[in-house]
Every structure is written in structure tokens, then in C-alpha cells.
Design a protein around this ligand. Structure first.
Ligand code: GCB
Length: 563
């Protein structure tokens, strides 16, 4: 299941998910031996999508690996869409290289024209190696380096022309009951000859516009002046959604949107002009048995638990989540912060042009993929990079300029771990702070003094109008360890920690949101496991199997009491 609503009625789409052939390539000889033409016969079976780490003996395999499957087509033009392949992917069709992609958490696609109808062989080369200079993320991260084809693969069989791309943007009127739509649509013909066609646009099955088109090569259309009256807004209480369908004679695509406005004014976050406080958790898309490739049932379960906690917000730490989960957020009225896995970059790496380029590409792909989700209100630029240095300033500036040029309708922020020395804050809309006072190092009662220092710094720099989000704070607790003394690592200490911090933040007017670190316990990387009991980051409110710890009930009470 790729999405929670039907994306195509006319276009022929099939999932290539299932059991594929698989072989690791620790010596990197597959290219020399042309495995993309002759897939090794001693390969094993693997399920796509999944992480290879859940196969026997591959728990900590990191490196090169090959996948193969076959499929049959009846049309001459196909589009192959990969929704998530960790790290570097190279794709071969019938023995020929068709393209590559970098970045594990956003999809990519290849249009292949004039293939012979019949049986085809698809081979995917995957490299999930991380290093300490050129990759996003770097090797040293606080989550597990799962590898593989982690999300679905789709085959689209296309007729003479297709709807290649689209963007739906809108402007609400002052009373928020009308939306003026601007639609950007790219059509593409498959052959040389001109095609006369007609683009129909439906909103919730009602035809609202028809545009005659002559398609030859690529045609870009901009359609203005569609005004929808009496719209129902999207918000957490009433997450109203609309289906928009673009249709040609032999192709179509459906998108789902919601109407809402998000902005920052006078130190507050306003959703549809009403102040909103974010009651959130950080959530990794992880489970010991599934890794990044979580099934829908488990995502739905996470959503049920997070809503039971009283949350209205999730930060998708630290990478673009699966599209299905974002669909769930749209449906459930959860406000989402999405970010790319640019995590913990030290000074020496921040000036690296490769990181800038890869970071920009990841932002572009994330925003393109997820632009239409009403649940997404914040784009996160990076997490805990060294924002005290000039290279971080330059990187942040470039990100902000480029992102605002593609999407000026959402709030921008990043999670800082150096709030008192940070030099990049003025670029963004919200100051988001990761801070673990009372867990790493200092005592719990040093929090008030810290908050005063943050406010003083913002005042001194003329930034006191900026709202503050506590984007991470939390304490580790080993599930089941509850004692009378309540030292660190017990459930008691975590409960005390979150009770103290949440009450403190609730009474601080400049804090507009809290994202507890974290929703569930997660596996950490081998680079960090020595500082993490069980090789897990144990700061979850529920453990890795989603069993609640003591703090769960305390947070649930506090979050539910807050308006
Ligand atoms: C952080 C990171 C997060 C870690 C967390 C921790 O600041 O952003 O990914 O897992 O701290 O537990 O230390």
C-alpha cells in the first residue's frame, strides 16, 4: 500500500512488491561480474519492501547488495517508481543501466519509452554505506543503519500521453471560506506526433474545469481562477480533505489536499488565524522486527497511541517518513514537522560542497513529494549541526533561500543544540531547542536559569518576537525498571523528568510547542551503542514493542489537560 487514497483510476499501476532475489556484495565485485546481466544463481529470497537486516546473518550488514525481479508489461512506455531505497541506488532494466539516485527516504522514478511489451528483468544495486564526510546522514547517528529497498516499487504502464507532474497551490480569502486555486500541470506525449486531448479537473468527483490541449513533447500548463466557495478548512479537530483529479483521455492522477493557513505572528503559531500550541512527540519510523519498513497496521497503531497520549503534533525525526504515515496524519489531524537526515554535522564537514548539494536535493525531493499534505506545517532544515560556525550559517542561508523559493507556505526551523551561541536563528521562523538538562550532565532544577538565558540572548539579538519550540528533551528509562530510589535509567526518573519539564514549559509564554524525545525506544547505530544500554535509545514513552512506561500516563494526563 503506497497511499491511503486511490491515486489513479485510469492509469495502469501495479506494485512490484513481493519476493525478489537478493545477494550481498561485500567485495564489490557485482559490477565487474555484471550481475545486472547475470544475476548470481546462489542468491537468496527477500521480501520487498523490507530491511535486509532482518535476514539471518545480515543484522549489521552495511554495504553493497543487489536485488532482482521480473515483471511483464503490455504497453510500450513505462514509469518505474521507487518509493525508498537506502543510500545510493542504481537501476538496471533488462541488463541496461537506466539511472541512479542518492538519498534513502524519498522516492525517485524513471520513464522508459519504447520498451518491448513482454517480460522484463529489473535489477537494483543498493549501497547503504555511511561515512563521516560525504553522506547524509553521517555514520555516527543515533539510529540504526538499516539497508535495502525499504518502501514499495511501482510499475506504471502509460498510454500515448501522461500527466507527468502537477502542483496545486491555493490562497484563502480573509474569511477563510473561499480558496483561489492555481494549478500547474505538466503533460508529456510518448511519441513524436501531436496528440489532441483534453485535461479535465475534478474536485471530489465534480468536474470543475476542462482545458483542450495539444500535446507534443512536454507541455506545461498554469490554470488560474478556480475559486472554490464554502470550503471546509482542515484543522486537528476537523481534518477535512478534498480529492483533486487531473484526467486525460487515457491517464489520470488524484491528489488529496486540505485547506489551511499556517503562520507565525507576535511570537505565536497561528493555524487558520487561531493560536495553536503543539503537543508533540518525536517519532522514528522504527520497530525491531521491521526497521524502516513498517507495515501500515503498525503505523496506524502508532497513530492511535500518539493520539491517546493527547498529542496534536509529531516531529518526524530525523528523515522523511513514509507517505502512508503522512496520509494518516492528514486524516487524523496531526500537525507534522518533516526534516531531512542532516544530523549532528560538526564544523569540519559543514563546508563540504557535497553536503550542501545533497542537502538541497533532499529538501527539494522532500518538498516535492509532500507538498500537498495539509498536516505538514514545518520543514526542518537540519538537526544539531554546529550552528555556532560560519559554514553552518552559509548552509542554513542557502537552504532557506532555496526552500522559500519552492514553498513559501510553511514555517521553517531547525533543531539547535547550541541555543545560547547559535548564529543562524534569524533565518528561520521558530527557535527550536534540543536540550537535555537533567539527563546529560546538569541537574533538573537548572532548567529555569537556562530558559532565562535563552530569552536574554533572543532579546539581545532583536529576536524576542520568535516563538520557541522545545524540539527535544527527555530521559532514558529501561522498560520495567521501576524502583523506590528512582535513579537515572529507571521509569521513575523519566516520569519525574517529564512531569517537571512539561509543567515548566507550559507556564512559559514564549514556548509554543513541545516535542518529547521520544515516542518509542529505537535501535541505535554501532557507532553509538556503547553509551546506550541494550544498543537502544531508551528515551521512549513506550518501549520498542509499544508498551507504555510510567511516564506515558503522566504525559497523557498533562497533554490532555492542555487546551
Ligand atoms: C539528540 C538527537 C537525537 C538523539 C537524542 C538523545 O539531540 O537529535 O537524535 O537520539 O539527542 O537521546 O541523545
Amino acid at each position: 500500500m503506497v497511499r491511503l487514497f486511490q491515486r489513479h483510476i485510469k492509469r495502469k499501476v501495479s506494485l512490484l512488491d513481493g519476493i525478489w532475489r537478493f545477494k550481498t556484495d561485500p567485495e564489490n565485485k557485482g559490477k565487474d561480474e555484471q550481475w545486472y546481466k547475470n544475476f548470481p544463481s546462489d542468491s537468496m529470497e527477500i521480501v520487498v519492501p523490507s530491511c535486509w537486516n532482518h535476514e539471518f546473518d545480515l543484522y549489521d550488514y552495511e554495504g553493497w547488495a543487489w536485488y532482482a525481479t521480473t515483471f511483464t508489461t503490455t504497453e510500450r512506455n513505462i514509469n518505474l517508481m521507487f518509493h525508498g531505497v537506502t543510500g545510493q541506488a542504481e537501476i538496471f532494466l533488462d541488463g541496461d543501466y537506466i539511472g541512479s539516485h542518492y538519498g534513502g527516504f524519498t522516492g525517485f522514478e524513471f520513464l522508459i519509452k519504447d520498451v518491448n511489451p513482454g517480460k522484463h528483468t529489473l535489477v537494483v544495486f543498493v549501497d547503504n554505506t555511511l561515512d563521516d564526510m560525504n553522506t547524509i546522514p553521517l555514520a555516527r547517528v543515533d539510529w540504526f543503519h538499516y539497508g535495502g529497498i525499504i518502501r514499495s516499487v511501482e510499475l506504471m504502464e502509460l498510454k500515448t500521453a501522461w500527466i507527468k507532474d502537477y502542483k496545486i497551490s491555493y490562497q484563502l480569502n480573509a474569511s477563510f471560506n473561499e480558496a483561489a486555486l492555481t494549478l500547474y500541470v505538466t503533460l508529456e506525449g510518448m511519441n513524436e506526433e501531436e496528440i489532441s486531448d483534453q485535461l479535465n479537473i475534478y474536485i471530489d468527483d465534480e468536474l470543475i474545469k476542462t482545458v483542450p490541449v495539444t500535446i507534443s513533447g512536454e507541455v506545461k500548463l498554469q490554470i488560474n481562477n478556480i475559486v472554490l466557495k464554502n470550503i471546509k478548512l482542515w484543522d486537528p479537530q476537523r481534518p477535512n480533505l478534498y480529492n483533486i483529479q487531473f484526467e486525460l483521455h487515457k491517464d489520470d492522477v488524484i491528489e488529496r489536499i486540505g485547506f489551511r493557513e499556517i503562520k507565525v505572528e507576535n511570537g505565536k503559531i497561528l493555524l487558520n488565524n487561531k493560536e495553536i500550541k503543539l503537543k508533540g512527540v518525536n517519532r522514528h519510523e522504527d520497530h525491531p522486527d521491521w526497521g524502516f519498513a513498517m507495515p501500515l497496521k503498525l503505523m496506524k497503531r502508532d497513530m492511535t497511541i500518539i493520539k491517546d497520549l493527547g498529542c496534536n503534533a509529531i516531529r518526524g525525526s530525523h528523515y522523511p517518513n513514509s507517505e502512508v504515515f503522512l496520509d494518516l496524519c492528514d486524516q487524523e489531524g496531526i500537525l507534522f514537522w518533516e526534516e531531512i537526515p542532516l544530523w549532528g554535522y560538526p564544523d569540519k564537514v559543514l563546508g563540504n560542497k557535497v553536503i550542501l548539494d545533497r542537502g538541497l536535493q533532499m529538501h527539494r525531493e522532500m518538498i516535492k513529494r509532500d507538498y500537498h499534505h495539509p498536516s505538514i506545517i514545518i520543514w526542518g532544515l537540519h538537526n544539531e549541526i554546529d550552528t555556532r560556525v560560519q559554514d553552518a550559517y552559509d548552509l542554513t542561508k542557502s537552504f532557506v533561500e532555496k526552500i522559500r523559493a519552492i514553498d513559501n507556505s510553511r514555517l521553517l526551523t531547525y533543531a539547535t543544540m547550541f541555543p545560547l551561541e547559535d548564529i543562524c536563528l534569524s533565518f528561520v521562523d521558530i527557535v527550536s531547542i534540543n536540550q537535555y538538562i537533567g539527563w546529560y550532565g546538569e541537574e533538573l532544577d537548572e532548567w529555569p536559569e537556562f530558559l532565562e538565558k535563552v530569552k536574554e540572548k533572543l532579546r539581545n539579538e532583536g529576536l524576542s518576537h520568535m516563538p520557541i519550540i522545545m524540539s527535544e528533551f527527555g530521559a532514558g528509562a529501561i522498560y520495567g525498571d521501576s524502583t523506590f530510589e528512582g535513579p537515572k535509567w529507571t521509569e521513575n526518573y523519566q516520569e519525574k523528568y517529564l512531569d517537571y519539564t512539561l509543567k515548566l514549559f507550559k507556564d512559559e509564554p514564549s514556548i509554543v510547542g513541545t516535542y518529547i524525545w521520544q515516542y518509542c525506544d529505537i535501535r541505535t547505530s554501532k557507532e553509538m551503542c556503547l553509551s546506550r544500554p541494550r544498543s537502544f535509545n531508551n528515551k521512549g514513552l513506550v518501549n520498542e514493542y509499544r508498551k507504555p512506561k510510567m511516564a506515558y500516563w503522566t504525559v497523557r494526563k498533562l497533554y490532555r489537560e492542555m487546551e
